[in-house]
Design a binder for this molecule. Structure first.
Ligand SMILES: C[S@@+](CC[C@H](N)C(=O)[O-])C[C@H]1O[C@@H](n2cnc3c(N)ncnc32)[C@H](O)[C@@H]1O
Length: 333
């Protein structure tokens, strides 16, 4: 057993640390569940489990893999917490189910059985659908892949889309008395939340940027919350690009939110890249960033070509919308 004590002071091997719930998410989830007693099914090396133990009176960790359970035990010893029991076993086994009977909340951040896209809850272990079927409790929370189709979820859970430092990380589903909202997206660590409302506005699409181009956290698209985001920021904007890769919007206004990942002030429009290249001499630029889709094999050549005269200090970001190219500079939000 490779015993690596990694950053954040957890014992675990590479795989256990990779699979662990990110600490900021674990902390957030623990505060949301509060002081209720929790059984964590598939507790791994225990990052989430220990956060539960800091706020809950009584916590049980169930883990199938002996190696992870041992790491979890060491992490527990290291923490000095004394309200946690650990048990080795399959979360779907009837003896384990009996042991969890007195715990109010059943939580699980299951492993993906396969790599790539998860289409089905059967691809997760322990399987949330089976947990819901076999356990008697009413309060459950599960961490599932962020792009999971909500139509495939049993019952009517609360859907909470979680983004960490601008990266969509997971969909947490809550059942029973844990439900607070119907659907929302939360940005961590700021805890800013966009909540789904009843009224749906149609956001216009455009290929012509206004004063600013905004790069928006993809979680807003994934959770289908763009219209609610507009109500939340209270400013008009239009969609420049909404794709699985990115969400770009444009506005003449300042949009303030931790869901805004980048704000770019548009400098000038060009009919072609040649025209733009010629004009670059007028800029005091040091670096060029290509912000439009380009075959990766041409990316560095184009960047090098555009940086032919990069003797200055400014960073210039180049976008393309429709057939037009735009120079822009990043601004603090
Ligand atoms: C994503 S990891 C959980 C990480 C954990 N929350 C943490 O913070 O370290 C999922 C864990 O579930 C365990 N597991 C998978 N199937 C299980 C089952 N049927 N019963 C118990 N544990 C299981 C895996 O061994 C793995 O450690």
């Amino acid at each position: 057993m490779t015993d690596v004590k990694k950053k954040l002071n957890y014992y675990g091997d590479k795989e256990g640390i990779r699979k662990a719930t990110p600490l900021e998410i674990a902390k957030y989830k623990a505060t949301r569940i509060g002081n209720r007693s929790v059984a964590d099914l598939g507790c791994g090396i225990g990052v989430q489990l220990l956060e539960f133990a800091k706020v809950s009176r009584d916590v049980l960790g169930v883990e199938l893999d002996r190696k992870y359970l041992e790491f979890c035990r060491k992490n527990l010893e290291n923490s000095g917490l004394n309200n946690v029991k650990l048990v080795k076993g399959d979360a779907l086994d009837s003896n384990i189910i009996k042991m969890t009977r007195n715990y109010e909340v059943i939580n699980s951040d299951p492993s993906r059985e396969k790599t790539g896209y998860v289409w089905n809850l059967n691809d997760l272990s322990p399987n949330p659908k089976e947990i819901l079927r076999k356990y008697d409790q009413e309060d459950f929370s599960f961490d599932i892949p962020v792009r999971f189709s909500k139509k495939l979820l049993p019952g009517e859970p609360e859907l909470e889309y979680v983004s960490l430092k601008g990266e969509p990380k997971r969909l947490i589903i809550y059942y029973g008395s844990l439900k607070n909202y119907e659907l929302s997206a939360i940005s961590l660590p700021s805890m800013e939340r966009i909540i789904k409302g009843d009224e749906e506005l149609t956001i216009p699409k455009t290929t012509i940027p206004e004063t600013f181009i905004y790069d928006i956290d993809q979680i807003i698209s994934i959770a289908d919350l763009l219209s609610d985001f507009q109500k939340y920021v209270g400013k008009d904007f239009e969609i420049l690009e909404e794709s699985p890769q990115r969400l770009l919007i444009t506005s003449n206004d300042n949009l303030r939110s931790s869901f805004v990942l980048g704000k770019y002030k548009v400098l000038k429009e060009y009919g072609s890249l040649q025209q733009l290249r010629k004009d670059l001499e007028k800029y005091d630029y040091g670096r060029i960033y290509i912000r439009f889709e380009i075959d990766p094999k041409y990316y560095y050549n184009l960047k090098k070509d555009l940086e032919f005269n990069a003797l200055g200090i400014d960073d210039i970001f180049i976008f393309r919308f429709g057939s037009k190219y735009y120079t822009s500079m990043k601004e603090e939000n």
